[in-house]
Design a binder for this molecule. Structure first.
Ligand code: FES
Length: 353
C-alpha cells in the first residue's frame, strides 16, 4: 500500500494512510498522552487529552481519531496543545473525588500520571464531586463513580470485547454516568463479573474489591502464569504481597490466547490458594484413616502400586487421565511418562469425558 508522508514536530514521518496521527506519532517516537484511548478498543475521541495542532486547521484535533494525510504538518507539544491538555485534566480532576492517598489505584492511575506529567499542583476550579454512593453490592468489583472520568473504556470493553452489553453511559450533561440497565447496582445487574471493565479502567473507579487495602500496586510482585481453570491457557499475573496472592490481573500486551481478558473464575476465584481446607501435603490411607506423608513416601507408594499392576496384569491394565487444568508441557510429560515408562497408550484427557 502506498504510504503517506507527514511532518510531526519537524520530523518527516512515513506511515500507512490508514494510520491515525496518534499511531504515526508514537511509532516515530513522540509521546502523546491519552485517556479514553485503549489499543484493544474502538477509538471515540471523547476525552481530548490527546489533542494536537495541525497546520492550517483552526481547532485542535484529537489525534487518536484523526487520520493522517499526505503533507500534513503536526505539532504534538506546542504551548497551545499543552495548555489544552492541562485544562482537560484540571476539569476532570475538579469533577470527581480524586483523593490519591486513599485510592487503590494510586501508582497505577492514568489520571494521576497525567496530572503529574502536566505539572498540575493545584486546580483553578472548585472541586465538585458528584457524591455518588460507592457500589459495593457484589463480592468481586467495587465501583466508585466519583472517580469515573467517563472515558467509556469500561463500556466499550464490556460491549466490544466481552460482548456482554451490561453497561452504558446514561443520563446527559453533568448527570452523565456509567449505568447498568435501569441504573441498578452491579450486584443486581446482568453483569457476569469477568472484570474486563476493571482491567481497562484508567482510574480508581473500578477496582478488585478483595484487594482493597491489601497493598499498593508497587508493593506487588507479579508472576506470570497460566490459568488452571480450563484448557484455554489464558496468561495471567498473580499479584503477591508478603507471600499471599492479593489479586489477579492480565495485561493485554501478554498476547494470545486471551490478550488481557479473563473470565470471572480466572480473575477472581483465587481464594482457594490460601484456603485452610486446601491439601498441602500428600495423604496416605492406612487402616481406613488418612495420615499425612512426605512426597517421597507418597511417590514410593505410587511406584510400588503401578509396578505391581504392570507386572501382574500387563501395562494395558493401567489407564491415565490428564487434566485440562495442567499446562501443555505438563500434559506432554504425562503422556510421555504413560507411553515410555508405563508402556501403555491408555492415556486420555478430561476434556473428552
Ligand atoms: Fe484521544 Fe481521549 S485519548 S480523545
Amino acid at each position: 500500500m502506498k504510504q503517506v508522508t507527514l511532518t510531526i514536530n519537524g520530523k518527516s514521518v512515513k506511515t500507512s494512510p490508514r494510520s491515525t496521527i496518534l499511531i504515526a506519532a508514537r511509532s516515530a517516537g513522540f509521546r502523546i498522552p491519552t485517556l479514553c484511548y485503549h489499543p484493544r478498543l474502538a477509538s471515540v475521541g471523547s476525552c481530548r487529552v490527546c489533542v494536537v495542532e495541525i497546520q492550517g486547521r483552526g481547532n485542535l484535533a484529537a489525534s487518536c481519531v484523526t487520520p493522517v494525510a499526505d503533507g500534513m504538518v503536526v505539532r504534538t507539544d506546542s504551548e497551545r496543545v499543552v495548555a489544552a491538555r492541562r485544562l482537560v485534566v484540571e476539569l476532570l480532576l475538579a469533577g470527581g473525588e480524586h483523593n490519591c492517598s486513599l485510592c487503590a489505584a494510586s501508582g497505577d492511575c492514568e489520571l494521576q500520571n497525567l496530572a503529574y506529567e502536566l505539572g498540575i499542583e493545584k486546580l483553578d476550579f472548585p472541586v465538585e464531586a458528584p457524591g455518588y454512593p460507592r457500589d459495593t453490592s457484589n463480592a468481586m468489583i467495587e465501583r466508585d463513580l466519583n472517580k469515573c472520568v467517563l472515558c467509556g473504556r469500561c463500556v466499550r470493553a464490556c460491549n466490544e470485547v466481552q460482548v456482554n452489553e451490561v453497561i452504558d453511559i446514561g443520563y446527559r450533561g453533568a448527570r452523565a454516568k456509567i449505568v447498568t440497565a435501569f441504573d441498578r447496582n452491579y450486584g443486581d445487574s446482568d453483569c457476569v463479573f469477568c472484570g474486563e471493565c476493571v482491567s481497562v479502567c484508567p482510574t480508581g473507579a473500578l477496582r478488585e474489591k478483595a484487594a482493597r487495602f491489601k497493598g499498593r500496586p508497587w508493593e506487588f510482585q507479579k508472576t506470570r502464569t497460566t490459568c488452571v481453570y480450563c484448557g484455554t491457557g489464558c496468561q495471567l499475573d498473580v499479584n503477591v504481597r508478603d507471600g499471599r496472592v492479593v489479586k489477579v490481573t492480565s495485561d493485554f500486551r501478554h498476547g494470545p490466547p486471551n490478550y488481557g481478558s479473563l473470565c470471572a473464575k480466572g480473575r477472581f476465584a483465587y481464594d482457594f490458594i490460601h484456603h485452610p481446607d486446601r491439601l498441602t501435603t500428600p495423604l496416605i490411607k492406612e487402616d481406613d484413616e488418612f495420615r499425612e506423608a512426605t512426597w517421597d513416601e507418597a511417590m514410593d507408594l505410587v511406584v510400588l502400586g503401578l509396578s505391581a499392576i504392570r507386572n501382574q496384569e500387563g501395562p494395558d491394565a493401567i489407564g491415565v487421565l490428564a487434566s485440562a487444568r495442567c499446562t501443555n508441557e505438563e500434559n506432554y510429560l504425562l503422556q510421555k511418562f504413560t507411553r515410555a515408562c508405563l508402556g501403555t497408550n491408555n492415556i486420555d484427557h478430561c476434556a473428552r469425558l
